[in-house]
Every structure is written in C-alpha cells, then in structure tokens.
Design a protein around this ligand. Sequence first.
Ligand code: AKG
Ligand code: FE2
Length: 299
Amino acid sequence: MAEPIHHRPQQPLTPLLTARLPLLLDFHAACRALCSAVLEHLATALGIPADWFASRHDPDGGPSGSVLRMLYYPGARGPPADDDDDEARGDIRAGAHSDFGSITCLFQLPGQPGLEILTPEGEWAAVAVDPDPLAPSASSPPSESPSPSELSAAAAPSPSSTTATTAAATAPRGRRNLPILVNIGDLLEEWTGGLLKSTRHRVVFPSPAPSPSSSHPGEASGSSSSDRYSLAYFCHPLDDAALEPVPSRLVQEHIASSSRTEAATTTATTTTAKRAVITAKDHLARRLAETYTIPTASP
Ligand SMILES: O=C(O)CCC(=O)C(=O)O
Ligand SMILES: [Fe+2]
C-alpha cells in the first residue's frame, strides 16, 4: 500500500482491507511518525539539525516511494534438493537482499522466527523475534503507551551500527509487547557515504519447531511448515529530495577516509561519478533497474 495522501489510500484496496481502512491508515500514520522520530535521532547522532532527514521525508511535501507491505510466506517448502546451498535446497523464503529506502520498520509475530542478517564476518545470524521475552505484557498492570519518539529513542542505532536494531513497542491491551525491527536501507547508506550501513538480510524456514509450552497466547506457530506473516513499512525520502552531501562532520570524515582507501584501488572518474547528486526517485529507479533488469545476451 503506497503512502496515503491526506489520510486517503492512493490505490484500490481489497474488500478485506477496505473493511479495516481506519486501522490501516492509523497504522500507516504511526509507522510514519516512528520513522520521523528515528530519522531525527539519526540526524542528532550525526551532528546535523534534527529535522535534516525528517523534513526530506515529510509526506506533506509530495509523493515518495514509501510503501507498507503485508507479507505472507506459505508454509510449504520448495522441492527438496540434495545441495549444501540453502537457496537451492528451497530453505529460503526471501532471498538475501538489502532494502532500497532510508529505513524499514519490520513487524514480526513473536512465534515466527526466520529473519537472518549477514554479519560483518559474512555469517548468517538469526534475529531474535522477541529479544526481551520477559518484558511486561500489556495485559499486566497497564502503563502508558510510549510515544513514537520514546519508541525510536530505543531504536536509534549509533552511527557506527552495522546491524538491525529492535525497539519494544506496546501492543494493545491484552496482547504481548511486540518488538519493531528498524533496518537501515541502501539509500541512507549511500547518503551518508557508507557511515550508516544497510543490512543484508533474508528470511529462512525456521527449525526446529518450538514446543507448545513455549508459546504465548496470541502467538502464531513457529513450526517450519507453518505460514509466516509480517508487515514491513519501507520509508523513502520525497521523490524530489536531492541526495546532496549530508552536512555532517562525521559523514565527511568517513567519506574522506574511505576515499583515501578507494583511491588506491579505483580511478578518480569512478569515485566522482558515484558521488553525483541524484534525487531519491532516481535512486529508487536505479535500484529497481539493477535488481529487476535481465541482462540481454550479447550477440
Ligand atoms: O518478512 C520479513 O521478515 C522480512 C521481509 C523483508 O526483508 C522485505 O520484504 O524486504
Ligand atoms: Fe528486506
């Protein structure tokens, strides 16, 4: 679902979603608010005005590539193959990739593990679905729901963070607290000259299945044959936002030090071309083309 304009969807929705439109729009708005708050914390950490990123993502300023995806992965695996490679064996639900935009907020069901990130050492590591299972549930003594800015205060990674970060969010009363995973995307990595890192990740079939006693009310089954549902809000800057250099000393120092390393291995032309200012819309179009264009065979 693309970014609603003035709280109205911009595309036809199925009857099921139309019946829940107010909930969907509120959820969309909450995701937006959370992203703004996270972007403000990132800007503060980089020593630039707090609204530097957030103002370039403000939906009142025009269209953007932001999108909310409702993801469903069927329980059945692909055909078994006698192969060491996870992808060839059909153990993968979503292949290795990084997200294209600025940040992604991912909502997973506590009983459904499977998300993995690629560590700087090149190993796949499972992301805890519920990093703090002992956190009080919303059915225990009621507490005030945190505001989006309180949520993202816990979520904002330090500038040198290389992996996804989680934040606890309070679910409606009677439901368990659900963590929100905040992932940095390719655009923010490029915009900060590589200081903020876009995390490569994938979704695998979980194994082994958890014992029934380990599940909580309202949780989905995490067995490897069960379906998986998740929600991902991909936050992008306004289409017209120019990806001009971020006026941060930390970013500039990082670019200078990586350019010194790069200069030893690449030509000046490549380095300059890489730093040309493009808009967020051009960036998205370029990433989509890189991902989905099938190279034509040379004659
Ligand atoms: O479903 C998930 O847990 C992750 C989905 C994802 O990484 C994506 O859609 O980009
Ligand atoms: Fe992703």
